[in-house]
Structure formats: C-alpha cells, structure tokens
Design a binder for this molecule. Structure first.
Ligand code: ZN
Length: 312
C-alpha cells in the first residue's frame, strides 16, 4: 500500500466512526462537520477514485444502505437514504422511490463502480426510478434496465437514450410546471402522484425536476442538475402550488437562496458533492454547503450511505 493509500484509509476509518457517532441532524455538532471536511480532503485527491480505500468506502456504505432498505419498515414520515452523487432512495409507509441511481462509472474508475448484483438488489426494493437527465453521473442504462426488467417504471426527460432500444420502455411524463400527473406502480397497484417540472442544465439540456407526492401526502423534490436562470419563472412559484417537505437540490445550483425561497421546503438535503469524475476544483466540497446553503430553512448535510428519517 502506498503512503497516500494508507493515509486515505486512515482518514476514512476515523471519519466513519465519527459519522456513526453523530448521524445526520439539523443542528450539526462540530465533530460531524469536521468529518465532512475530512471526506473532502480524501475525495479532493486527484487519484481518489482509483484508491482501494475510496472504492471500499463506496461499496461498503452502499451495501449498508441496501441492508437497511431490505430491513426497514417506515410507519410514518419519510426515510431518506443518500447514495453516490445524486443517488437517493426515499421510503414512506407505502412507496419506495429512487432518483438518479448509478453504479458510479462516471467516477472514471470502473473499480469504483458498483456491480450489477448490488443494483439488482436495490431495484428489487424500489417501486420506480426517476432520472433527471442523460449525463452519466445521473443516468445509467444498465440500472434503468434492471428496474424495467422488474416491471418498475423508469422516468426520464424525452432526450435521454434517444434512438436506443431502451427508449420505448422508458416513461416520458409531460414536463409541465405545477401540474400533478399519475405514474402507475403495477407492483403496488397504485398511482403515484408526481409533478415533472421543466428544468434545464444550462440552456440546452433537458433536466426533469421531479416532485413526488406520496399517498401519505409527503412531498419530496429532487432537482437533478438544475441550473438555468430562466427557470426561476416556475421555481419562484413552486411553494404557491405545492407544500414541499424535502428538497434535494444539486449543491451547486444557480442561486441557492432564491431556489430555497421558491420551494420553501421544510428540509433541504443538498446532493452532488464530490462527483469523482470531475477535476478536483469541480468536485463540489461538502464544506461549501455550509456557506452556499446558509439559507433560512432547515438543512442536513449527508454523505454516501447515510439516512435520515424525516418525521415532521
Ligand atoms: Zn451531474
């Protein structure tokens, strides 16, 4: 083992013990903040995705989420699990919904990526997958295929996987601000209510911003890589149409304060930190969340493999 490998392994070990002692919470103790900043130090090493310690951290923490998902019943509120990049799973009493789940090949290291077996287990316990846009840190055709094989709907914008075989099996809901649509969940024999906001990454990339309204009347919004100023025409008005319980934005989105006010959520859980496929200056540190998301709304900073039970 090289010295940098040994060092990153040592930091991850102590960080994990701090994280388990201080799980995600709104009033975050300094110890936990220090752990998040230590993760930045490990992930901001150019070679991080190639290090076995980082690959192991990703795998083990995903496996621990899987075990929780396989064994957790939610009777009230919303359980939120955070995975790599913007991968998120939410569960209420009746539904389990996944967003932007990938194996992690976008990290530029195939050894960092998860196996099909791991994703297969995950897909077994979810009812639907929403993919915000076609970039491979959000969209993974193999993952979508596994959901579809199990009869679970996969929803993407209309320009994801155009011309590919999978395209016709994917659900393309209308991108329309504030309007509730229904997504059939055959395995649960119910219709899930969703709003697909017509978002964009930059001027040209279609990015679905999905608000899921669960049968228990909780609402969770996942923004994907939302980053177009003009879209504030509808972002500014979301809260006038829907009560948002949990907002899961890309941590680097355009104008976090205006975004927060638009959704007026009860809780913000930023995501997309430390996507290892980017050069280190664009890996988006956890540490930046504390200033960027210094907004008058509750927020929780989480890393891969953590969960939070939202129970208002
Ligand atoms: Zn992205």
């Amino acid at each position: 083992m090289t010295l940098p490998d040994w060092q990153s392994k040592s930091i991850l070990n102590i960080t994990e013990s701090i994280l388990s002692e201080y799980p995600p919470r709104v009033d975050e103790p300094k110890d936990r903040q220090m752990a998040m900043v230590l993760l930045d130090a490990v992930f901001h090493d150019e070679g991080a995705p190639q290090r076995s310690s980082v690959q192991n951290f990703h795998l083990q923490r995903t496996l621990s989420v899987l075990e929780e998902i396989e064994n957790t019943k939610v009777s009230t509120g919303v359980k939120i699990w955070k995975l790599y990049n913007m991968g998120v799973v939410i569960r209420t009493k009746t539904v389990t919904v996944a967003f932007d789940i990938t194996r992690g090949h976008s990290s530029s290291s195939d050894s960092f990526a998860l196996s099909k077996e791991v994703i297969d287990r995950l897909a077994t316990h979810c009812d639907a997958l929403f993919i915000s846009h076609f970039h491979r840190d959000h969209a993974d055709e193999e993952v979508a295929g596994m959901f579809l094989d199990k009869g679970k709907p996969v929803v993407t914008p209309p320009d994801t996987w155009e011309g590919k075989e999978i395209y016709d099996d994917v659900t393309h809901l209308e991108r329309k601000a504030h309007e509730i649509q229904k997504l059939r969940l055959n395995n649960k024999q119910l219709d899930l209510e969703v709003v697909v906001y017509p978002g964009h990454q930059g001027a040209n990339i279609l990015n679905n911003v999905v608000l899921v309204l669960t049968p228990e009347e909780y609402s969770v919004c996942h923004t994907g890589d939302q980053s177009l100023e003009e879209d504030f025409s509808w972002i500014d008005k979301v809260a006038e149409h829907h009560e948002v319980d949990v907002l899961i934005p890309n941590c680097w989105t355009t104008n976090p304060l205006r975004t927060s006010k638009g959704y007026a959520p009860r809780l913000i859980v930023p995501a997309h930190e430390n996507e290892l496929g980017h050069t280190i200056d664009h890996r988006e540190a956890y540490a930046l969340n504390y200033s960027r998301w210094d907004v008058p709304y509750n927020k929780i900073i989480m890393t891969w493999g953590e969960s939070f039970h939202y129970n208002p």
